[in-house]
Design a protein around this ligand. Structure first.
Ligand code: PLP
Length: 392
């Protein structure tokens, strides 16, 4: 028994096994803001990092730490830290790594909030932002050569599930001295491990698949110790700390991560195949379909294709309204990666602030529906889709 345990085992055990007390088999939620020391020397040693322990919950907390440890182990990283939300993880990472005069290269199809950091906040700090066509790897490589401190990637992307070749871009970015950051929210470490593909840092919205139940928000950063330590320090001072209660919820959700992702993968594949043959459906965007633009790269770097997909209907937005309002087993809501199916039109959710022309430029059809397949029975989800499409 000296082999590294598999992901399904790590999801349940990693990071937690030495922390149970009083015979409890679940982790306590340490709501304590501060941690007391009767021995002044011990207090001093912990404060200086010479000895293990906790001082103040903005910095570290005994319920939060095991969650950081669990994601570190699942992603195969040197160090991990956590945040109050995914956007806190992403913005703190970028603000730690970039300073005035630097240049960041990123894909155009990042998460909406991330995109706002690039177009609204980083330019104010005199950081040059270069956003490239997500599928145009040659241009991304050229822009990295033109000067790049941080290469920021996300794969698969929202909402059209584009796939970025992490290994190819990380290799060339390192040759030019750039730090490579990958948002792995859609894939999770079960389907894809960007650190093993050459990324330096992986960022997550733990609000999505990692927690998996749409009842807690959080963010995580994993990767090279030297970088994570700097990001953690930035968070200690700026304060977007994950609460112990949320950390517990995410830890609990993560115990079933492999199980849930296996089911999301199965359901995603079945529903995408069903939609692809439906006469009222125009296009289906799912990396597991052979017709997907970058299916080859997806096959190479992913172990499963996930539960996220989008599809467009023949006809206009009124058809979308009919389908969405007819679906029974789908919450009509923003967000994704929950046990329950979630569905929404990018036109009114992630891309609501764009004009029709801007959406067209971004190759987002007006009749696009984003579908986050839950862990329900696939036959029921397909039957539900069948009756909804029949009303169009
Ligand atoms: C939701 C999401 C985020 C932001 O996470 P929050 O927890 O909502 O702040 C970042 N990246 C991706 C890919 C997401 O889906």
């Amino acid at each position: 028994m000296n082999e590294t345990p598999h992901a399904g085992t790590e999801s349940v055990w990693a990071g937690e096994e030495h922390l149970f007390s009083e015979g409890a088999i679940t982790l306590p939620i340490f709501n304590s803001v501060t941690f007391g020391y009767d021995d002044m020397n011990e207090w001093n040693d912990v404060a200086l990092g010479k000895r293990k322990g906790h001082i103040y919950s903005r910095n570290t907390n005994p319920t939060v730490r095991p969650l950081e440890e669990k994601i570190r182990i699942l992603d195969g990283g040197e160090e991990a830290t956590s945040f109050s939300t995914g956007m806190a993880a992403i913005s703190n990472t970028l603000f730690t790594l970039l300073k005035p005069g630097d240049r960041v290269v990123a894909i155009k199809d990042t998460y909406g909030g991330t995109n706002k950091i690039f177009i609204e906040f980083l330019p104010r700090l005199n950081v040059e932002v270069c956003l490239c066509d997500t599928s145009d790897f040659e241009t991304i490589e050229q822009e990295v050569k033109n000067g790049c401190n941080v290469l920021y990637l996300e794969t698969p992307t929202n909402p059209t599930l584009k796939i970025v070749d992490v290994e190819r871009l990380a290799t060339m970015a390192h040759a030019h001295g750039a730090i490579v950051v990958v948002d792995n929210t859609f894939a999770t470490p079960i389907n894809q491990r960007p650190l093993s593909l050459g990324a330096d840092l992986v960022v997550y919205s733990a609000t999505k698949y990692l927690n998996g139940h749409s009842d807690a928000m959080g963010g995580l950063v994993v990767g090279k110790k030297e970088l994570v330590d700097r990001i953690h320090h930035y968070r200690e001072i700026t304060g977007a700390t994950l609460h112990a209660q949320s950390a517990y919820m995410i830890l609990r959700g993560m115990k079933t991560l492999e199980l849930r992702i296996q089911r999301h993968n199965e359901n995603g594949m079945k529903i995408a195949n069903y939609l692809a043959q439906h006469p009222k459906v125009d296009q289906v965007f799912y990396p597991g379909l052979e017709t997907h633009l970058n299916h080859d790269i997806a096959k190479k770097q992913m172990r499963g294709f996930g539960g996220m997909m989008s599809f467009s209907l023949k006809g206009g937005f009124n058809k979308v309204i009919t389908v969405l309002e007819s679906l029974k087993f789908a919450h009509k809501a923003a967000s994704l990666g929950s046990v329950g199916t979630l569905v929404g039109p990018p036109r009114t959710t992630s891309h609501v602030e764009l004009s029709e022309q801007e959406r067209a430029n971004a190759s987002i059809p007006e009749s696009l529906i984003r579908y986050s397949a839950g862990i329900e029975n696939a036959d029921d989800l397909i039957a539900d889709m069948e009756q909804a499409l029949a009303r169009v």
